[in-house]
Design a protein around this ligand. Structure first.
Ligand code: GTP
Length: 286
């Protein structure tokens, strides 16, 4: 979510891993960020000038982020080559995404980037929430719906990160994830459409909670980072178990479809039994 602390968390994780002699490889794909508190190994801003994109294409902030991501995605194979070349030396590749969730999660270029990463390396999504901003039951439910949509869009193991626990403890939100009655009581008998929707969504989301992990952290103080790394390891094991076979099957199906297309093209150029090519413009005279 925007402003939830993704960049600060990435910096905190990188510092934590550095201190335990586990250097991480850092990638920034947010073209609009002004200052980064960490030194990325790969930075979209080295490739795409967000300000120039706005000016050249006469776009607003979100349109410019989308266009910058599209331009970056066209060269993502080069990024992937760099990442996979370094992968044997690092345990983690951390990717910082743009603030507006829809520009990454729901864009074609965001899908290209996450699918390319997921096809090359065990990939896990961290859905970062500002815990204080999810302290009312309604905003909690809407945050969980966003998390749910990210899970279904990416089809990757997901960890919900309740950030900023130095300001607001995550206990309440984490409690609601496992306690429909508690959440329903908190929503109350609000007779409005929103209240009814929140109650039915809360019930629907119970199944979703079984598929995800959640951790409370403070990117500012470092609280909860070891638990977050344990959750990431668990999610990576799920990737190996459940996602990797699916990724391999999809790659094999895509390769088979490409092969079939190529055979089709070849067949159309092959001479027929009568000595005429399949692409002959006129049938032989009778
Ligand atoms: N108290 C507190 N503040 C935090 C924490 N993590 C981040 N912040 C603050 O939250 C604000 C936003 O942090 P960022 O890291 O820029 O958030 P972001 O999600 O990357 O922001 P966008 O990319 O713009 O969406 C900054 O003022 C951070 O200092 C935390 O754990 N505790």
């Amino acid at each position: 979510m925007a402003g939830s602390g993704k960049t600060t968390l990435l910096q905190a994780l990188a510092a934590h891993l550095g201190a335990t002699d586990t250097p991480a490889y850092l990638i920034n794909v947010d073209p609009a960020v002004a200052d980064l508190p960490y030194e990325p190994n790969i930075d979209i801003r080295d490739t795409v000038d967000y300000g120039a994109v706005m000016e050249d294409y006469q776009l607003g902030p979100n349109g410019a982020i989308l266009t910058a991501l599209n331009l970056f995605a066209t060269r993502f194979d080069q990024v992937l080559d760099l990442v996979t070349a370094r992968a044997p030396d690092v345990d983690y590749v951390l990717v910082d995404t743009p603030g507006q969730i829809e520009t990454f999660t729901w864009s074609a270029s965001g899908a290209i980037i996450s699918e390319a990463l997921a096809a090359a390396l065990p990939t896990v999504v961290l859905f970062v929430v500002d815990t204080q901003r999810a302290s009312s039951p309604m905003t909690f439910v809407s945050n969980m719906l966003y998390a749910c949509s990210v899970l279904y869009k990416t089809r990757l193991p997901l960890v919900v990160v309740w950030n900023k626990v130095d300001v607001a403890p995550a206990g309440c939100a984490q409690g609601w994830m496992g306690d429909y009655d508690g959440l329903s009581d908190a929503i109350g008998d609000d007779p409005s459409f929103a209240g009814g929707l929140a109650r039915s969504m809360a019930l629907t989301l119970e199944v979703f909670y079984e598929a995800i992990r959640s951790v409370g952290v403070s990117a500012l103080t470092g609280e909860g980072l070891p638990a977050l790394l344990a959750a990431i390891a668990d999610a990576a094991a799920e990737y190996e178990r459940e996602v990797a076979p699916d990724v391999a099957a999809r790659a094999a199906a895509a390769a088979a479809a490409a092969e079939e297309r190529q055979q089709g093209h070849l067949a159309s150029f092959r001479p027929s039994a009568t000595g005429h090519g399949a692409t002959s413009p006129t049938p032989p005279p009778r």
